[in-house]
Ligand binder design. Structure first.
Ligand code: XIL
Length: 715
């Protein structure tokens, strides 16, 4: 099931996920690199934003306030107030300051290019002015700034040109890269302790990357002090590819002693780079798909950075929150949202697990058991990783909703050279059955490789991760099989012909002498978003019953599964769910129909009811409303009985109160653990069961059924 929609049910089912201790960004990366942030004036003067900076970051860059235009707007005119405020904030809070920037074709002191008559100056004049600027600024902040972006963005984005340098006034005046060399020379003189950087964007583009490398190499060969390369990192959710990013990081690290990611943000559109023209996405709503694409892009890039952290000192986010982002809030570019609250990206970045980083995925993938005939994808390996492959050559993105490990809410597939899309879950999936859909450019569809399963109020794909104890629901060749039949019955209360699946055990209907054997009946309900097919198909009821009966572990019995009408209300409206219509269908219509058409033992002692999740709520309510109908009661992953409600019953105690859940449903594990002794003390036959290592999913319920049915009809 698309698990997001499942949250409503999970909450209702009293399930709460244990929250682990949350690390801040700088804490999470303390063994890897510093985490920086570009700040504006509001950020360093607003107390709440100051607090956030101090808590999360250990490096600061002034977004605009140290740029040439900001501190030196005219010849002889210096305006340091804003820059000083940021520097003082860093001094007071002992946060390192990255200097940004001393020279750039944008936001520069353009007056330096011209003489009084408006003509371009000679390069000597330009150099004298640059020297004065660079040395004045660097000396002023020498105590607090640990590195400077000496020159910003000198390389052109044009691919088909022999001239790697960007067209600029610097270039017009000088005609070679000498102006860059000069800037580094002046900077090295001003403060020998400062690390000197060349900073640029689109730095992972292989063509531009080679030009950056040549430029920096040229400077080093000329004997200039160049300590580092700044990879700006204005990326988007589609790129750079992991390959381009990793190769770039590795190549830059090989060339210089210090690499910094200087201006990281990840847009939700297809633009990237540091150009000052960009789309603000004014009318775009950021979809869940885009949020996941973004969290994944951040995650995968940080995974690479962690792997190559040795030459990487700091990763700086370009702005504190989406409210501050130079790209506007609708680009959704940062780990903190419009209200300075952490987003999924933040949780993914701070919650990473070193074991996951270092995991080795075994290449022994085999098609899953839930593949359509003739299909070989998705595949699962011996560790439980699931790999998806979808052919969609023209798609912009493909996401699979399976793979919720490691803080991810799905698996983003990447395009392969052959036009297919592939992706592997970040961590092994739990054993058992998982629903999933794929999103191809936002269209939610079933992966054509898999069979269809009803869950989440729709048909979905499914993957079956082999369970070590899977023999109990396997298709066995050594046992006799019962039958699973679809019945139609008229329901006067709903004026509809309704359907149910009825399992009858092997040997059902055979004459024993002159009579036919009669059987007890279990009424078994599915969960919210599912229907009458869910237990027979993904629940494997036929296999489980055949195997248990054949092994003599439970009585032969009939199992009836009908639609519990749980989907006729909207998500989130379950609290207002009215049991009456379904209760009427079940008690007044279906049970009489089954007793009238099947060989049943039609009394309380031979009738049981159980359900999973929302079906357990239905079971809970109906058994308490009509305790005289069923003798055995089972709740799987949802409701829990309590002594108080049971003490009001005026009929004999039920023969069994069975309550179960998955081991990962911590809230329920606790509730069941607490209620069982109280129920036992009050004289009830309460039996708990926790399915090891599983969550709110079908393996928990297959196992629950296996534990439950042997206890039925024994009294
Ligand atoms: C941006 C600022 O964030 C904006 O507020 C300003 O209007 C333009 O400059 N590359 C850089 C940064 O090196 O200095 C730029 O900052 C973003 C691109």
């Amino acid at each position: 099931m698309r698990k997001k929609s499942f949250i409503a049910v999970l909450c209702l089912a009293f399930v709460c996920v244990g929250a682990s201790a949350q690390k801040t960004l700088k804490e999470a990366y303390k063994n890897y690199f510093s985490i920086g942030v570009a700040v504006n004036q509001r950020n360093v003067t607003n107390p709440a934003q100051q607090a956030l900076i101090i808590k999360e970051f250990n490096s600061i860059t002034a977004e605009n306030d140290m740029k040439p235009i900001s501190v030196h707007p005219a010849e002889g005119k210096w305006t340091f107030e804003n820059a000083d405020r940021i520097a003082d904030f860093c001094r007071q809070n002992h946060i390192k300051l990255r200097g940004h920037c001393l020279a750039w074709h944008n936001q520069f002191c353009d007056w330096m290019f011209y003489d009084k008559k408006g003509r371009l100056v000679k390069k000597e004049v330009l150099y004298a002015r640059m020297k004065d600027h660079i040395q004045t600024v660097m000396k002023r902040y020498a105590d607090v700034v640990y590195c400077w972006d000496v020159f910003n963005e000198c390389i052109t984005d044009e691919v088909f040109t022999r001239q790697p340098l960007r067209k600029s006034k610097f270039f017009d005046i000088v005609g070679s890269e000498e102006f860059i060399h000069k800037a580094f020379e002046f900077a090295a003189e001003a403060d020998p302790n400062a690390l000197l950087f060349y900073n640029d964007y689109n730095e992972c583009d292989p063509v531009k990357r080679e030009r950056i490398i040549n430029l920096v190499k040229g400077m080093k060969d000329a004997g200039l002090k160049v300590d580092g390369i700044g990879m700006q990192g204005h990326y988007n959710v589609y790129g750079p590819t992991e390959k381009d990013f990793e190769e770039s990081l590795v190549k830059y690290e090989a060339l210089v002693d210090h690499v910094h990611i200087t201006e990281l943000d990840i847009r939700v559109n297809q633009e990237m780079g540091g150009q000052l023209r960009f789309s603000r996405n004014e009318n775009v709503k950021v979809s869940d798909d885009l949020k996941l694409l973004q969290a994944t892009q951040y995650d995968r890039l940080f995974r690479i950075m962690r792997r190559h952290h040795k030459g990487l000192d700091v990763v700086t986010f370009w702005n504190l929150s989406d409210a501050d982002s130079w790209l506007g809030p609708n680009n959704y570019a940062l780990p903190f949202d419009m209200n300075y609250k952490p987003k999924d990206t933040y949780r993914v970045l701070t919650g990473f697990d070193e074991a996951v980083d270092n995991a080795v995925v075994k290449e022994d993938f085999q098609p899953v058991a839930t593949c359509q005939p003739g299909q070989e994808w998705p595949k699962v390996n011996s560790q439980g990783y699931v790999r998806f492959r979808v052919v969609a050559p023209q798609a912009k993105y493909v996401i699979c909703s399976a793979g919720w490990g490691g803080g991810m809410k799905g698996t983003v597939l990447r395009k392969q050279d052959d036009g297919s899309w592939m992706g592997t879950t970040l961590v092994p999936e739990d054993e058992g059955f998982h629903y999933y859909t794929i999103s191809v450019d936002g269209a939610q569809v079933i992966d054509p490789g898999t069979n269809s399963y009803y869950g989440g109020c729709r048909w979905q794909g499914g993957v079956e991760v082999p369970a070590k104890d899977g023999a109990f629901f396997a298709d066995r060749t050594d046992v006799e099989h019962g039958a699973m039949q679809l019945i139609n019955f008229y329901s006067p209360s709903t004026k509809q012909v309704r359907t149910a699946y009825v399992y009858t055990p092997a040997g059902y209907g055979k004459l024993q002498g002159k009579t036919q054997k009669r059987y007890p009946v279990l009424y078994l309900q599915h969960g919210w978003g599912e229907n009458e097919t869910s237990w027979p198909v993904q629940g494997k009821v036929g296999q489980i019953m055949d195997n248990l009966i054949a092994d003599g572990k439970c009585q032969p019995m009939i199992v009836v599964m009908t639609y519990g009408m749980t989907n006729d209300i909207r998500i989130g409206g379950l609290r207002g769910f009215d049991i009456k219509p379904f209760q009427t269908v079940l008690l007044d219509e279906l049970i009489p129909y089954v007793d009238g058409h099947f060989l049943t033992k039609a009394n309380r002692a031979n009738r049981a009811m159980a359900g999973l999740s929302m079906g357990s709520m239905e079971t809970h309510t109906i058994t308490l409303n009509h305790p005289e109908v069923f003798g055995y009661w089972g709740l799987f992953s949802g409701a829990v009985y309590n002594v108080e409600e049971l003490s009001k019953l005026t009929v004999a105690k039920p023969s069994l109160l069975f309550m179960s859940c998955g081991g990962k449903e911590q809230g329920l594990v606790d509730a069941i653990g607490k209620m069982t002794p109280a129920l036992k003390a009050a004289g009830y036959n309460a039996v708990p069961y926790v399915s090891p290592g599983t969550a709110h999913e079908f393996l928990s319920w297959r196992r629950s059924l296996k534990e439950f049915v042997p206890l039925l009809f024994t009294k």
